[in-house]
Design a protein around this ligand. Structure first.
Ligand code: AHG
Ligand code: MN
Ligand code: MN
Length: 340
């Protein structure tokens, strides 16, 4: 008798049962995201065979050149989500401003913000990339179109966050506030199957993950932390190992499973990098919700990421995220409470 196969759909329905007032809307919404993930995964895995690699010739609101797969993933996410009638508004890293739900489609009580393809610089070289999503309940009354107010909510208001990693296998990892659960796509029958129930991040790890090419532009506290991480301090330190893939989803996923810390600090290389590169709404908030649910921590070096009140859709934030003890040590250095 083969073991019971816990698919993503079954799991979501079980999660809904934990919330007495939940309707099927949530299940339908997550099912739509899972469908988009399967379609994107299918195209990522055959990207080299069809004309979907390379630059699209356009730039996004951040002035970043868009890859064809960035635009493709964006369109798949919008198309899969907008028709379900569960959302009153959307927002995507790859498009500027609020994405409205078409007139003729009923508006739902949720909003979804997403990074359709994370790790774009790695697309053409077959390195793991991902999709990141975040869901909030609308805060404006009525059942009309959503507004910016519904999108600009602090991260602790999220009702769901997750990511898909297109790697050696395609995995979907998500939380609705009762733990973190990982599903692996079984391509033989196109289902996400529970493979990593109740993921917990080790309280400390041996991996630090940061792009050290910006070292000279960091504030002193960040420099001191990375210097410390590199050398064993017999009394209270330990030699750490450096790993940096350049796709947030892949660097985060490795640390979630093995323990460790990822840093994308602000730097002084140019004025627009003072707050770092990563986006609060599309990357930091969903990853912060997930890591806290797994027992880890996420801050900008000073504040809990989930407490930050967004003021605009595209705002960036420094991100220090991972094993609780590692993040707390990094915060001590960044806040100047410790220099070695
Ligand atoms: P995106 O492809 O969605 O723009 O995200 C890329 C981000 C993130 O995935 C990664 O951690 C970071 O860019 C890497 O930036 P650097 O190349 O500056 O290290
Ligand atoms: Mn990204
Ligand atoms: Mn992206």
């Amino acid at each position: 008798m083969d073991r019971f196969v816990m698919t993503l759909n079954r799991h979501i329905i079980e999660q809904e049962r934990l919330y007495p007032h939940a309707t099927g809307a949530f299940t339908a919404l997550l099912t739509d995201i899972a469908l988009a993930a399967k379609i994107i995964s299918y195209h990522v895995n055959k990207a080299g065979l069809v004309d979907i690699l390379g630059k699209s010739g356009t730039t996004n609101v951040f002035g970043e050149e868009q890859e064809k797969l960035d635009v493709f993933a964006h369109e798949i996410m919008v198309r899969s989500l907008v028709h379900g009638g569960k959302l009153c508004a959307l927002a995507s890293e790859e498009s500027d401003g609020l994405i409205p739900i078409p007139e003729n489609i009923p508006k739902g009580k949720y909003v979804c913000l997403f990074d359709p393809l994370d790790g774009s610089s790695n697309i053409d070289v077959n390195v793991s990339i991902g999709t990141i999503f975040s869901i909030y309940r609308r805060v404006t009354s009525g059942d009309g179109p959503g507004t910016l107010e519904d999108l600009l909510q602090p991260g602790y208001k999220q009702v769901c966050a997750g990511y898909v990693i297109y790697g050696s296998s395609t995995m979907l990892v998500y939380t609705t506030g009762t733990g973190v659960h990982g599903f692996t796509l079984d391509p033989s029958y196109g289902e996400f199957v529970l493979s990593h129930p109740n993921i917990k991040i080790p309280t400390k790890g041996k991996i630090y993950s940061v792009n050290e090419s910006y070292f000279d532009y960091w504030d002193e506290g960040v420099k001191n932390y990375v210097r410390w991480a590199k050398r064993a301090v017999p009394s209270d330190g330990r030699p750490m190992n450096s790993r940096y893939i350049g796709s947030l989803v892949a660097d985060f996923h490795r640390n979630l499973l093995k323990g460790g810390i990822f840093l994308y600090p602000g730097d002084n290389k140019s004025p627009d990098r003072k707050q770092g590169k990563l986006r609060l709404l599309y990357e930091a908030n969903p990853m912060a919700f997930i890591v806290e649910q797994a027992g880890g921590k996420a801050s900008d070096g000073f504040r809990r990421i989930l407490d930050i009140q967004p003021t605009e859709l595209n705002q960036r934030t420094p991100l220090i995220i991972g094993s609780k003890e590692d993040v707390e040590i990094a915060e001590e250095f960044i806040q100047g409470k410790r220099s070695e």
